[in-house]
Design a protein around this ligand. Structure first.
Ligand code: HSE
Length: 309
């Protein structure tokens, strides 16, 4: 029986402009790595964390990597002991689903060590519990794509209804991470609790358009649909230079550009891999002009989800 496993789980772009809390896709790069080991003492421990600048708690109840596995073991009524060693390979509080990637990697690793009693989609609720512990909201638009890969629609939260949307056109992503930190809880707290009927019509039209564009493989429809009239206008105020950076991405040929998750990262999509660098450079230049340090990630869409290393 295998008693140790090392797993990578991908970063994710949530919301994808028009799908607040209901759309997300996974990236090939970056992501987090968790090494899980079966232990003789019941319960979950976190023996080491690297790459977090000593900011994350080693208390498994207070770390998304630990919370999900604690809930999983409880649900399985298992008294198995599991130790987690966490390698953060992506920026924290960046809007790239850092807490979700840790939760997804540790859950995938633990489930595998336990003999895979649950299917991948059955792990999502446990990862959502971890998200709730991290930011107060059990949103699934980071954890579901991190666990399942690809582009995921959360059609409903209650009951949870996850749908993997086929992407029938080449799609590449460029993510600019301005080096400021935004807490998801704060970014959710500033949102208006109500939308107008006109906003509902526009946002649902774009959400339906984006899904249709992905299925039909129609980059122009995808491009027209990547608009957010509800959340982006409010959260843009948290990201210095957001509008300039977005304009730079669009002028450089991006299909669309918006805030990644709760920010501050900004994503842009392209249908040609060769365009990514040009778009990324334009975004970086605009961000530097604001005097903000940043880093760039260029990636394909990750169709696999977690993988054993
Ligand atoms: N849908 C969530 C939000 C994603 O925008 O608050 C957080 O990464």
């Amino acid at each position: 029986m295998v008693n140790k496993i090392k797993v990578f789980a991908p970063a994710t772009v949530a919301n994808v402009a028009c799908g607040f809390d209901i759309f997300g896709f996974a990236l090939d790069f970056p992501g987090d790595i968790v090494t899980a080991t079966l232990t003789s003492k019941p319960g979950v421990t976190i023996s080491s964390i690297s790459g977090d600048g000593s900011t994350l708690s080693h208390d498994p109840q207070k770390n998304t990597a630990g919370v999900g596995v604690i809930k999983l073991l409880a649900s399985l009524q298992s008294s198995q002991g599991i130790d987690l060693a966490l390698q953060k390979k992506m920026p924290l509080g960046s809007g790239l689903g850092s807490s979700a990637a840790s939760a997804a990697a540790s859950l995938f690793a633990a489930n595998t060590l336990l003999g895979s009693p649950l299917k991948l989609h059955e792990l999502v609720p446990f990862a959502m519990e971890a998200e709730k512990a991290a930011c107060g909201a059990a949103h699934a638009d980071n954890v579901a794509p991190s666990l399942l890969g690809g582009f995921v629609l959360i059609r409903s939260y209650n009951p949870l209804d996850l749908i993997q949307i086929p992407i029938n056109t080449p799609l590449f992503c460029c993510v600019l991470h301005p080096k400021i930190e935004i807490h998801t809880e704060t970014a959710r707290g500033i949102l208006k609790k109500e939308v107008s009927l006109a906003q509902l019509v526009e946002q649902s039209g774009n959400a339906a358009g984006l899904i249709t564009g992905l299925i039909l493989g129609d980059p122009r429809l995808i491009s027209r649909s990547l608009q957010d009239v509800v959340v982006e206008p409010v959260r843009a105020s948290l990201i210095p230079g957001f509008h300039t950076i977005k304009s730079a991405a669009l002028s450089a040929g991006a299909l669309g550009c918006s805030i990644s998750g709760s920010g501050p990262s900004i994503f842009a999509l392209a249908s040609d891999k060769r365009d990514l660098e040009v778009i990324g450079n334009a975004m970086q230049k605009a961000c530097h002009a604001e005097g903000i340090e940043n880093e760039l990630f260029l990636s394909s869409i990750n169709m696999q989800g977690p993988k054993i290393l």
